[in-house]
Ligand binder design. Structure first.
Ligand code: SF4
Length: 506
């Protein structure tokens, strides 16, 4: 029996959507596209929407969606009631293939749970030809597929647009799962873990005798992506999203997107202009890792001034003032910036050398236009000293003096990511991070108007393990390996080869 609570939740959400794409009718091959996090996180993910649209354009394919259920639905699922897909309300076993799009490391935990709830054995080696083929993709498994290796029959490495339809066509033409996997394993951007042996190297299990590369979409500049589903539950509100850049030229040493999503591409001004003009939407959100590095976007903003409302996914505080002007008069209540460290020395060390004076000048300039200024910082960065922690008191006090509204400080433990210059750096560890966060909280307690929130170090530690893990980490999370030496993955890492070094991202 399908969970009634889940069906009514899906129906409420569907009714509130405005859609350009729905599962196509008339096809006979059913693909379930899964986002292993809740609806509001999944619907905010443009990559997930792009996949939905792309898969439904393939002849004979019907693609439906599934999200991780809300907390109040989980007890029903745990007690044996079934999940169902979002639009067609079919049970997962009625699909021929399951695709996972993974954007966050810790969603691996949800993914394993979802497979169980879908009545599919999480482990590939326990599944047979009667089970749907399970394919994974997204920035996290592209950067390091190894922790996902026990669960995915195949991993698609990179951007979906150029080659995913080709992979699906092979799937449609293959007489068996084995035949499909053998064929796609020959493609440079598809990794089939079950066909690759691993060997011990410097304490890690490393894939042996295989080389793969990430694929990227060359035509992005002329055909930028846009949202196909609008929902007020998205982090963009109901704004129509246009992706204006992929990759980022700034190369901050901790940033996964900057090192994995290569090369840097910007949507052409002409393409953006046409999309905005054609869309009847009043609110337009520009998304990208590097929105404020888009040289021609200010021209587009000027051409539509007064006719449309614009927002941005993220801006650097040292962005071209024309972007900040738009932000200032956007009507948004909160202005958000990643500052990362409270001293210039540490910001310089991590590749984000924005001087204190420039930050203070911009804060003063934004003051009076927003209720809240939200600032993101990291704790436990490589090279961080006691002085960098102590500086939080002075730095935030100065900002609180300059800004009229409330200040929200968000602290995240630094998590080393594959392919970045910090990929071998140590994760600070649970007790040290706890002490540092406690100290910052104490320093900021006397500063009026400041609210501090932080990510729990235990979740960041899990993220660090998945980020740089091997197959044993996946098996451990599935409850199949109880003796995992967690410290091995928290670094510093010394092995000559790391689990993701068989992939080329350039
Ligand atoms: S500016 Fe932002 S997106 Fe670009 S490299 Fe730095 S952190 Fe990453």
């Amino acid at each position: 029996m399908i969970s009634r609570r889940l069906i009514s939740r899906w129906r409420e959400l569907k009714e509130e959507e405005k859609r350009e794409v729905s599962p196509s009718s008339g096809g006979s091959f059913y693909i379930l596209l899964v986002f292993p996090n809740t609806y509001s996180v999944g619907i905010s993910n443009l990559g997930f929407q792009i996949l939905f649209s792309l898969l439904n354009r393939i002849p004979d394919v019907v693609c439906d969606l599934l999200y991780y259920p809300d907390e109040d639905v989980i007890p029903q699922i745990e007690s044996g009631q079934e999940l169902c897909s979002f639009y067609l309300e079919r049970t997962p076993r009625e699909f021929d293939a399951v695709f996972f799009s993974v954007s966050f490391e810790n969603d691996l935990v949800n993914l394993i749970r979802l497979l169980r709830w879908m009545r599919i054995d999480p482990l590939t080696n326990r599944r047979d030809d009667g089970d749907p083929v399970v394919i994974g993709g997204g920035i996290v498994p592209t950067a390091n597929p190894e922790p996902f290796a026990p669960f995915f029959d195949a991993v698609y490495l990179g951007e979906a647009e150029p080659h995913l339809p080709e992979v699906v066509e092979i799937l449609l033409d293959s007489p068996s799962k084995r035949d499909f996997l053998e064929k796609v394993s020959l493609m440079p951007f598809v990794y089939v873990p079950s066909l690759v042996d691993v060997e011990e190297n410097g304490g890690f299990l490393v894939p042996k005798g295989v080389e793969k590369r990430r694929t990227f979409w060359r035509e992005f500049s002329e055909f930028p992506s846009t949202s196909v589903i609008l929902s007020k539950h998205s982090s963009f509100g109901s704004a129509f999203i246009v992706e204006v850049s992929r990759g980022c030229p700034r190369r901050c040493s901790f940033c996964l997107s900057s090192y994995v999503c290569r090369p840097v591409r910007f949507a052409s001004a002409e393409a953006i202009f046409k999309i905005v003009e054609k869309s009847g939407e009043k609110k337009i959100g520009f998304l990208g890792t590097s929105v404020s590095d888009h040289k021609h976007l200010p021209e587009v903003l000027e051409r539509f001034a007064g006719k449309r409302e614009f927002t941005f996914s993220s801006l650097r505080i040292d962005a071209d003032i024309r972007f900040l002007e738009v932000l200032k008069y956007s009507g948004l209540k909160t202005a958000t910036f990643g500052i990362e460290a409270a001293t210039f020395e540490l910001r310089k060390r991590i590749g984000k050398p924005i001087p204190d004076e420039l930050i203070f000048e911009r804060v003063r300039w934004l003051s009076g236009h927003f209720e809240t200024l939200k600032l993101y910082f990291m704790v436990g960065l490589p090279g961080e000293t006691e002085e960098d922690i102590e500086a939080f008191g002075r730095f935030i006090s100065k900002i609180a003096d300059l800004f009229e509204g409330k200040i929200a400080v968000s602290l995240s433990p630094f998590v080393p990511k594959p392919f970045t210059p910090f990929e071998r750096e140590a994760f600070d560890g649970y007790p040290i991070l706890k002490t540092k966060i406690k100290r910052i909280l104490k320093l900021l307690r006397p500063v009026k108007k400041v609210h501090v929130s932080y990510d729990l170090p235990k979740w960041s530690q899990l993220q660090a393990m998945i980020s740089r893990g091997d197959r044993r980490v996946g098996l451990y999370l599935a409850g199949e390996d109880r003796k995992l030496d967690q410290k091995r993955y928290l670094g510093p890492l010394k092995g000559s080869l790391l689990p993701w070094h068989f992939i080329s991202v350039v």
